[in-house]
Design a protein around this ligand. Structure first.
Ligand code: XMP
Length: 515
């Protein structure tokens, strides 16, 4: 890779570690995360220009807390310690650190105690609202370190050894809730460490292509396409790395949106010269879903059947040794420990299963990116807007948006209603403003009146949400005229529906999908 400036983040297990990497990349500086168990030789070979020591759930005083080699400090690099990283610096340089009597979580007011490069162009503000979450507190700074800020809860909320360019903050500058947090990170990168922004998404692409081409050599790779942005970006990157040795498979599971499978295949064939097989397995999926009501059961059937179909198809391609997946960082934090000791949160539906069964090596070039970063890569790669801006769509598709039993008739009703929702979002220019919008078919009928006739028909719910990462979401304040048009059109055009309701729940406590 061509970049000269590289920040290595040493991960002590914070949920925010990847966010630090992302903020640094947003500032135009390349950054990589390595576990705190990284050896000195490995670290030196990476040739970092600066280090960040992340937060983490441990307490520096406890016997099993993660540490670092003292030789790291002898590298004489600029260092920023965040939360646990700050406590570790204090501990390593003989400051006093103790478990807090006064734990702070959430918002706090930071007061600057001293001017320094980290507060450059901020100190006229005197105070900042910052996001704290910590268990230990630094009670006295190590020799050579000055106290740079305090909060109501802690006297030493930031400290620094200006000569050695080692700074530490107890709060999280990487999270959006910290006022001017990005400015503080910028100040560390550009004012303290004197780095230059020489990284961009195009360097990411160049790098990913080079790395994959080197790792894969002359072997063959199979990649499942869904029509979503993640798998498409992976396929296009791989295509650039290994050309026709990439084999893409799109499985139609019978629960895709109206015309979706065909549309995706046509778009991809038109824009990219991919080896792409469109497998029509609708019958196999739908026959197994017959009579199934429980959403978990639906998910399992679809998951297993997908693995079965994909495995059969992949085996028919000679010489395949690798499986490509569009795993993004949020899938990783939700599923497994990220390189370092990050806490496991929950197992994820899209990660796992397939690689074990197929005994293939995994290639996951987007593993360290967030969705919007994957979108930037897609734009850079010239992937068409219909794919770049396509709303997320769950693997089990419409099966979890038909509450209750899936029948051909109910699938048809939902597809027609959903098509109207998509069309109205598009024509009103709301499609890109929302995270996701779709129709759900409920398992109940209600009374209505059409003409002079009493009707007893289905209810469709509209679910349209705003979100940044799907971890939290709120219902979108879509103008009522648009909702009215959706409702009128669905009731008039879709036979079998006489009532439309709009879901006004947030996540949490609700979820985006109804299941
Ligand atoms: P929930 O319903 O958990 O959904 O709030 C969060 C986001 O994840 C999507 N989703 C899935 N995506 N496979 C996927 O690829 C799945 O099984 C799945 N289930 C939910 C959902 O559409 C929303 O964007």
């Amino acid at each position: 890779m061509q970049v000269q400036n590289k920040v290595i983040i040493i991960d002590f297990g914070s949920q925010y570690t990847q966010l630090i990497a992302r903020r640094i990349r947003e500032a135009g500086v390349y950054s990589e995360i390595h576990p705190c168990t990284v050896s000195m030789d490995e670290l030196k070979a990476l040739e970092p220009s600066a280090l960040v020591l992340s937060g983490g759930p441990a307490s520096v005083g406890s016997t099993d807390s993660p540490g670092i080699d003292d030789a790291i400090f002898a590298m004489n690099l600029p260092i920023l310690g965040i939360c646990y990283g700050m406590q570790l610096i204090a501990y390593k340089f003989s400051g006093k650190v103790e478990p807090s009597t006064n734990r702070e979580y959430g918002r706090s007011t930071l007061e600057f105690s001293e001017d320094c490069l980290l507060w450059d162009s901020l100190s006229q503000k005197k105070t900042l609202t910052v996001w704290m979450s910590h268990g230990d507190t630094v009670l006295s700074p190590p020799p050579g370190f000055k106290v740079l800020a305090r909060t109501d809860g802690v006297d030493i909320a930031a400290m620094g050894n200006v000569d050695r360019k080692i700074y530490a903050v107890q709060f999280h500058p990487e999270v959006a809730h910290t006022e001017d947090g990005f400015k503080i990170l910028h100040n560390f990168l550009f004012k303290v460490a004197g780095l230059k922004p020489d990284w961009s998404m195009s360097s990411f692409i160049e790098d990913a292509i080079q790395n994959m081409s080197k790792a894969i050599g002359d072997e063959h790779v199979v990649c499942g396409l869904s029509g979503g942005i993640d798998s498409t970006v992976v396929a296009v990157l791989l295509h650039k790395a290994i050309g026709k040795r990439l084999h893409c498979i799109l499985v139609d599971n019978g629960v895709l949106r109206h015309g979706e499978g065909q549309e995706v295949v046509e778009t991809l064939r038109e824009h990219f010269d991919l080896n792409l097989k469109y497998v029509q397995a609708q019958e196999r999926f739908l026959s197994r879903l017959e009579g199934v009501v429980d959403p978990e059961e639906k998910r399992k059937i679809i998951g297993h059947t997908f693995i079965e179909v994909f495995d059969e198809e992949a085996r028919s391609i000679p010489g395949v040794r690798w499986l490509a997946q569009g795993t993004l960082y949020p899938d990783v934090i939700e599923s497994v420990s990220f390189k370092g000791p990050s806490a496991v949160i929950k197992s994820h539906h899209n990660v796992g299963g397939l690689p074990e069964k197929m005994n293939l090596k995994l290639v996951e070039p987007l593993r360290e990116l967030f969705k919007d970063e994957a979108r930037k890569v897609a734009v850079e790669l010239g992937i068409p807007d219909v794919i770049v801006w396509r709303h997320p769509f769950p693997g089990p598709g419409l099966a979890i948006r038909i509450i209750g039993e899936i029948t051909a008739e109910r699938l048809d009703i939902l597809r027609q209603a959903d098509r109207i929702v998509q069309a109205e979002l598009q024509t009103s220019d709301w499609y890109r403003k929302v995270w996701q919008g779709f129709a759900v078919l409920l398992p109940l009928k209600t009374v209505g009146v059409m003409g002079d006739e009493r009707t007893y028909e289905n209810v469709v719910a509209l679910r349209i949400v705003d979100s940044v990462d799907a971890m939290t979401a709120d219902w979108s304040r879509v103008p009522s005229e648009i909702l009215a048009r959706m409702s009128n059109r669905i009731i008039n055009e879709v036979r079998g529906v006489n009532r439309v309701v709009f879901d006004i729940s947030s996540k949490p406590p609700s979820t985006i999908e109804w299941e």
